[in-house]
Design a protein around this ligand. Structure first.
Ligand code: DUR
Ligand code: ZN
Length: 133
């Protein structure tokens, strides 16, 4: 699985986005350590805050399927710069991704920003923070 394949999957799944309100489709593709790809698109709701972003849909699909080890993610949207994930998605990513995991953020012109989990959400609240005193 190459970076380009993963990015293509993220771009392709945008076609499935349910975005009647924003008309802003986003796609995400998550690669497991075992080589499987879980894709996600954003799914909006008439009660706007109930919307779930593409990144979280992909992660939640994988978790619900029993996957826990991930190696790479790609996120794509029609933005001027590579699409920056929202704060909620960054927090969910940090729950499941190792700090050195690679995330490829892209737009449709294929301006790609590749960033580690640690750099995407530095000093993030972790499960261990509730244990260590
Ligand atoms: O990284 C992002 C940024 C935004 N959105 C969605 C949420 C909403 O449906 C629309 C506009 O914010 O884009 C995502 O899915 N991922
Ligand atoms: Zn988000």
């Amino acid at each position: 699985m190459t970076k380009d394949n993963l990015i293509n999957e993220a771009i392709k799944i945008r076609d499935k986005a349910y975005v009647p309100y924003s008309k802003f489709p986003v796609g995400a593709a998550l690669l497991t350590e075992s080589g499987k790809i879980y894709t996600g698109c954003n799914i909006e709701n008439a009660a706007y805050p109930v919307t779930c972003c593409a990144e979280r849909v992909a992660i939640f699909k994988a978790i619900a399927d029993g996957e826990t080890k991930f190696s790479e993610m790609a996120v794509a949207a029609d933005t001027k710069r590579p699409v920056p994930p929202c704060g909620s998605c960054r927090q969910v990513m940090s729950e499941f991704f190792q700090s050195d995991m690679t995330i490829h953020l892209t737009n449709l012109k294929l301006d790609i920003k590749t960033i580690s989990m640690e750099n995407l959400l530095p000093f993030s609240f972790q499960p261990e923070d509730m244990l260590e005193k």
